[in-house]
Design a binder for this molecule. Structure first.
Ligand code: T46
Length: 144
């Protein structure tokens, strides 16, 4: 079950910028999920040591909200809502890409030493994944 805390757009991906405190010692970015995200965080995980030619994702989620952040390095995220494809390059630790349910995502072009932090609205549930693109298009209402 997702816990939506703010009336953000809940059907389209979008990019958020998080605050940064900087001084001579470097930078610090902070996220307060109950204020800054359109969902409460129940899980986090991270992708790292991804080979340059590897692709991650290749699925949609039925109910899960996620926020993707490039903590280090950079990578591309292809997002498909069934009707249009949008490509994002994540390259700053102050930027989060919000992915609502029912969007197909593929991550690729990881630069060496990239780290992708993912904040997720629910615990891991293999049943929440849609791994067949045709099934995704049907469920998204694109094809009958
Ligand atoms: C997503 C993209 C961005 C778990 O046991 N628990 C977890 O919380 C996760 C995320 C994965 N796993 C297991 C399931 C598989 O045996 O870890 C293995 C690799 O997972 P997967 O092939 O789904 O990894 P990605 O990088 O293709 O996808 C992941 C997330 O699963 C997915 O929700 O949006 O990162």
């Amino acid at each position: 079950m997702n816990h939506i805390v703010k009336p953000y757009p809940l059907t389209h991906p979008y990019v958020l910028e998080f605050p940064q405190a900087s001084d001579m010692r470097g930078h610090l970015t902070y996220i307060e999920p109950s204020h800054d995200l359109p969902f409460l965080v129940r899980r986090l995980y991270y992708l790292y040591a991804v080979p340059p030619h590897a692709r991650r994702g290749g699925h949609a989620h039925r109910t899960l909200f996620q926020c993707l952040i490039a903590l280090a390095g950079s990578f591309d995220v292809m997002v498909d809502d069934g009707f249009a494809v949008t490509r994002y390059t994540l390259a700053q630790p102050t930027v989060g890409l919000i992915l609502p349910p029912m969007v197909w995502r593929e991550l690729e072009h990881f630069r060496p030493d990239s780290i992708c932090l993912v904040l997720a609205s629910d615990e891991y549930d293999a049943g929440d994944y849609i791994r067949d693109h045709e099934e995704f298009r049907r469920l998204a209402g694109v094809t009958p």
